[in-house]
Write a protein that binds this ligand. Structure first.
Ligand code: ZN
Length: 306
């Protein structure tokens, strides 16, 4: 797990339960998207299943990377939903005998997208966990997971990774100092985002373009802002990126306000107004991700509130 950036306490905990042979049968990994929850879940699976300390090279490790390991089952959502059938398949999988004679591991990403019936099915599994099975639920919206599930799992919370840790990682990968600094700032503590920026210059350009847009948005009439919405609203991934960048932009503004520093074109805004905008962005994200509310309307509503 040494190749994972940050999350020292979380790693330490997982290694400890592994070495003491006291691995809980179910986990809930909680934290914002792209901070490294899924990466750590897969690394933990390697630690458990590999004969050679998660060597990264053996068939077990490479099969895990390719998601074809017979002892690891990975589930994610389809169109913002995890169907109960998928959970039934997880339950069946975990009841099978371990191929490697170790454990059967199931990882469910975006676990909050399980409906009530799917969550109840998980609950049954947690009430009578099959021998040698490990379930890892991953979520960025813990509030949407049933309390009865939460009381039966080992919760592990993930924070954002520090700018310094990301910067040092990038430098160790051969990025020059200036670029590493820029990417670490842009990625806002999200390792996954930093790696994406590193590998994809167009993403980084999109980021700085969006920031420039935000810097002058105050001078734009609503019809202009709606034109912007029209350009992006159909592409879910783009919308997520934009909302994420918006949130980071206003969070930074909030700190500038708190420390009485120059907040550029938003200098007339009070701290409370900035906080309200951040809340609006978070609400928009939530509704966009978890409901079928009209996406264009949602974004237009947000634009009016900035
Ligand atoms: Zn290995």
């Amino acid at each position: 797990m040494n190749n994972i950036i940050g999350h020292e306490k979380q790693k330490e905990f997982l290694i400890k339960v592994f070495l003491n042979k006291k691995i809980p049968h179910a986990f809930l990994f909680v934290g914002e998207d792209m901070v490294g929850k899924k990466t750590l879940a897969f690394a933990f699976a390697k630690l458990i299943l590999c004969d050679n300390n998660a060597c990264q090279a053996c068939k077990t490790c490479t099969d895990i990377d390719k998601r074809i390991s017979p002892d690891l089952y990975f589930v994610s959502d389809e169109n913002n939903n995890i169907e109960i059938d998928k959970i039934r398949a997880v339950r069946e999988f975990l009841r099978l005998k371990s191929y490697s004679n170790k454990k059967k591991i199931a990882i469910i990403d975006n676990a909050h997208l399980m409906g009530n019936d799917a969550q109840n099915s998980i609950l049954k599994l947690l009430e009578e966990p099959p021998e040698n099975s490990i379930l890892i639920l991953i979520t960025s919206f813990k509030e949407m997971i049933l309390e009865t599930i939460k009381s039966r799992v080992q919760e592990i919370n993930f924070n954002k990774v520090s700018r310094k840790e990301i910067e040092e990682y990038l430098i160790s990968k051969g990025t020059d100092k200036r670029e590493a600094e820029e990417i670490s700032i842009f990625s806002g503590g999200k390792v996954g985002q930093a790696i994406e920026f590193l590998n994809d210059v167009s993403k980084r350009e999109f980021f700085s373009k969006t920031i420039k847009y935000l810097e002058q948005i105050k001078d734009q009439e609503f019809d202009k802002r709606f034109e912007y919405v029209k350009e992006i609203y159909e592409d879910k991934e783009v919308v997520f990126e934009v909302l994420d960048i918006f949130e980071r932009f206003f969070r930074k503004l909030m700190f500038l306000k708190i420390f009485n520093k120059d907040s550029g074109s938003f200098k007339d805004y009070s701290l409370l107004e900035i906080k309200n905008i951040i809340e609006e962005i978070q609400k928009t994200k939530y509704y966009f991700n978890n409901t079928n509310t009209n996406k264009k309307l949602l974004l237009e509503n947000l634009m009016i509130n900035i």
